[in-house]
Design a protein around this ligand. Structure first.
Ligand SMILES: Nc1ncnc2c1ncn2[C@@H]1O[C@H](COP(=O)(O)OP(=O)(O)O)[C@@H](O)[C@H]1O
Ligand SMILES: Nc1ccn([C@@H]2O[C@H](COP(=O)(O)OP(=O)(O)O)[C@@H](O)[C@H]2O)c(=O)n1
Length: 666
């Protein structure tokens, strides 16, 4: 996962390949709660592992449920509808799918059995309304106190005495999660009486309520409904574990990949999405229809979708998005590629989500150059005439971050600008590996993928500097020296004569190398440590002087240039392999300093070493690297020199990042 301050996406051109979706957040947290309230044990398959499910699991554990991870499965032993702990303080992060139903369930249990619970979350959670749910629960005798601002968490659930003699009224026009919370929790209070809930106002986000009813049914509770106005929980309802349950892939998360297919995949090589399909119980699956209206070509399977581009540019739409509140955000970014203004209507609930999503989508689309208008419950986006490189603020909202990754496809609209996503790790809320998954199915023109090269003599600190710069930017890292070292080792294994250029080049051309950072495997064998031995370094230095060996390793080095970017270290990265690199650094330090560093490094790794020998080796290696005919060690004409003899590692990293930042358009 990218735990970095920003992630720059290069201009992207195409998409294809297979994506396996993480489990649905809405289903995961409902199933966890139902399993936690049930009697017996529930084995949950494909549960989402993310911030929001983690807070739910922690809360259930605090309440006395046993929750175990068994490989990819999660096994929950529930409370059997009764409290095991009467006092607890639960921190629920920014998970609305944990806050609302837990507040309802614990209020009812505390009122029936006695108890005192506090529920709180992050600052944004304390700005997300919960008053309508509290009002509904107070009507029936739950004693609930606001610990901060009235109408918002944190709450104290302090007992009370239940009286349910009339239908419970709840508002349905701000968030459907209040109704969901009641429906999930009311079976706890159904001993000897059926309970009716009446929705006030037009219920929004109905599909989410359908998921709730569907899952209640899986746990043995058949709620009757009369339209979308009245819901009846039967008397003496009891949560019964289904034993095993599968969580579908997240249909809202699918929307980014559906969009990716619609923008940038061909029918012959579509984007294939596994984990949701025709049979999905999630409302956001209907995003597929909206994408089709914009031109996507979609093939549906029982548990998969295959998407490619149909119409281009995409067709503008004017759509009521009430049925797909979360996935509709993706339409706002697809709108940047439409043949006219797109209007998304009936999206008032966006204003009370992780952030004010109407304001957020409007502001960030405008930064890219789009013309944007917004109203209380609508948003209109006219595609940019000229795209601008933008640093997208993500408001600690996973969906804003994921949506705007799609803005990097502007080359398809005849532009060529990178997009910066600020705080990319906010995707952890529902899709921790989003960007890794995204990069695995997108392609950029090589010339659009930025490269930073760091060349210099042995032990100048290239590897250390390059790998840290790569980590700070979320870029790939190429240690080209490791390729020469691996080729040397492979040649020795093959008993090739190191004096025979052709024999060594033949080995180098067929290297069965696999990179599994930080491990390097040669024909399946882990050679990460082995290639660091000085004798392999010397052999590498010898064979690297052969033009045929350098040619043999050229294509392999180029193949590291993939989105989002590359930091490459070696001798000729800036001069020969990546002459068009956007930033070239030539790293130096006096031989004595380098010998000392290498000495320390080897000793700390448990190798014995003599500093005078090291210095001699190092100078003769420098000599060979500088004077060879092919790709000699020398600074590229446009390289910046960095003598790091008086700099700490951190200071060198900061220097290179500062140079990089100065060259970025943001
Ligand atoms: N700026 C620096 N100051 C002090 N030591 C450094 C610095 N940069 C790197 N080193 C140390 O020098 C040693 C050699 O660095 P390494 O990155 O392996 O060099 P290279 O890849 O150039 O051969 C490592 O032990 C590393 O921690
Ligand atoms: N781009 C590169 C990288 C390494 N090399 C050679 O490969 C050897 C091993 O590379 P390395 O970067 O691991 O070496 P050291 O800097 O640790 O000596 C060096 O001695 C170089 O001669 C090269 O010729 N060109």
């Amino acid at each position: 996962m990218y735990a970095i301050p920003f992630l720059d996406l290069p201009p992207l051109r195409a998409a294809s390949g297979t994506v396996r979706l993480p489990g649905s957040k809405s289903i995961s947290n409902r199933v966890l709660l139902l399993a936690g309230l049930s009697e017996g044990t529930t084995r949950i398959h494909d549960l989402l592992d993310s911030d929001d499910t983690r807070v739910m699991i922690e809360a259930l554990r605090t309440l006395g449920c046993e929750v175990r991870r068994e490989g990819v499965e999660c096994v929950v032993t529930g409370l059997g509808g009764r409290l095991h702990t009467r006092e607890a303080s639960l921190f629920l992060g920014n998970a609305g799918t944990a806050m609302r139903p837990l507040a309802a369930a614990l209020s009812l249990l505390a009122a029936q059995e006695g108890g005192r619970f506090e529920v709180s979350g992050v600052a944004r959670m304390h700005e997300r309304p919960i008053g309508d749910l509290v009002d509904a629960l107070s009507q029936i005798g739950c004693d609930i106190e606001y610990l901060g601002q009235e109408g918002y968490p944190p709450l104290r659930l302090a007992g009370g005495a239940l009286r349910i003699d009339a239908p419970i009224r709840v508002r349905g026009d701000v968030s459907s999660q209040f109704l969901t919370a009641l429906l999930l929790a009311l079976p706890l209070a159904s001993a000897g009486r059926e309970i009716t809930v009446e929705v006030q106002g037009e219920l929004i986000s109905k599909p989410y309520v359908e998921i709730t009813l569907n899952l209640l049914r899986r746990f043995g509770i058949e709620v009757a409904r009369d339209g979308w106005q009245r819901f009846v929980v039967p008397a003496d309802s009891r949560y019964r574990s289904p034993g095993e349950i599968h969580v579908e892939g997240d249909a809202s998360s699918a929307s980014y990949f559906v969009a990716l297919g619609a923008l940038a995949a061909t029918e012959a090589a579509p984007v294939r999405i596994e984990g949701v399909g025709e049979g999905s119980i999630q409302g956001d699956i209907r995003f597929v229809e909206a994408a089709e209206a914009m031109g996507a070509r979609v093939r549906r399977g029982p548990n998969c979708l295959e998407v490619s581009r149909g119409a281009w540019p995409l067709r503008a739409i004017d759509l009521d998005c009430n049925h797909i509140p979360d996935a509709a955000m993706t339409l706002a970014v697809m709108a940047l590629y439409a043949d006219g203004p797109c209007t998304l209507r009936n999206i008032a609930s966006w204003r009370v989500k992780e952030t004010d999503r109407i304001a957020a989508m409007a502001a960030e689309c405008a930064k890219l150059g789009a013309q944007v208008e917004e109203g209380a419950d609508w948003l209109r986006i006219t595609p940019p005439q000229h795209w601008k490189p933008a640093a997208i603020h993500t408001y600690d909202d996973h969906r804003v971050a994921m949506c705007f990754s799609l803005a990097a496809f502007n080359p398809l609209a005849g532009q060529r600008v990178p997009v910066r996503i600020l705080d990319p790790k906010c995707v952890a809320k529902t899709f921790p590996d989003y960007f890794e998954t995204f990069f695995a199915v997108v392609q950029a023109d090589a010339s659009d993928v930025p490269v930073i090269t760091i060349d210099g003599p042995t032990a100048s600190g290239k590897g250390t500097l390059a790998s840290r710069v790569a980590a700070a930017l979320g870029y790939h890292y190429l240690d080209s020296g490791a390729l020469y070292r691996s080729a040397a080792l492979a040649a020795l294994h093959a008993h090739a004569d190191l004096a025979d250029e052709d024999a060594v080049a033949a080995v180098a051309a067929q290297l069965p190398l696999r990179f599994d950072p930080p491990r390097i495997l040669l024909a399946g064998e882990d050679i990460t440590e082995r290639i660091r031995h000085e004798e392999i370094g010397l052999a590498a230095s010898r064979i690297s002087a052969y033009p045929a060996v350098r040619r043999a390793l050229h294509a392999l080095q180029l193949s590291f240039r993939r989105a989002p970017g590359l930091v490459a270290d070696g001798r000729d990265m800036g001069t020969v392999v990546f002459p068009d690199a956007a930033l070239k650094v030539f790293l130096t330090a006096p031989a004595a300093t380098r010998a000392e560093r290498r000495h320390k490094q080897l000793i700390s790794q448990g190798f014995s070493a003599n500093i005078d020998h090291l210095r001699q080796d190092l100078e003769s290696r420098d000599e060979r690297d500088r004077n060879r005919a092919t790709a000699p060690l020398k600074p590229a004409e446009d390289a910046r020199s960095l003598d790091n003899s008086a700099l700490s590692i951190e200071a060198s990293v900061q220097q290179v990042l500062a140079w990089w930042q100065a060259r970025r358009p943001f």
